[in-house]
Design a protein around this ligand. Sequence first.
Ligand code: RP5
Length: 156
Amino acid sequence: MAASEKTPLVGIIMGSKSDLPVMEKCTEELEALGVPYELVIASAHRTPDKVHEWAGSAAGRGLKVIIAAAGKAAHLGGVVAAFTPLPVVGVPMKTSDLGGMDSLLSMVQMPSGVPVACVAINGAKNAAIYATQILGATMPEYRAAIDSMKQEMTEA
Ligand code: RP5
């Protein structure tokens, strides 16, 4: 069964369709690792009710990890983390005005008590790998997928 046909384990949320070209590196990596995912575009400031509904129902729908991508005043990951017990991995988008430092600092400086893990600016591929590693802590097939990926690195 293809990863996309299984119940999603990773939920990807991004603030705008303009984030999609970067986040395709994330979906490509999840597919390579065989991880089923779902993807939604919802903004913490433009469509807050949609974010609330999606994040609040994420764990109940079977998701185990969330990847949140956003740019500029990138509060999406923090807002999602407020509504779910699931771990949230943020991907700060590179931006035209401040080069993504705005996104990075917005995500990485979450106040104590509501953590958002954060990868590099435009670090979409690493977010996919990190989410798979979280799954791999309890699900052997995803630990094996990471082991294989690391083995391939040594052969490259
Ligand atoms: C954020 O603002 C999005 O995540 C995006 O990175 C940035 C710009 O959005 P658009 O103006 O391109 O829709 O909400």
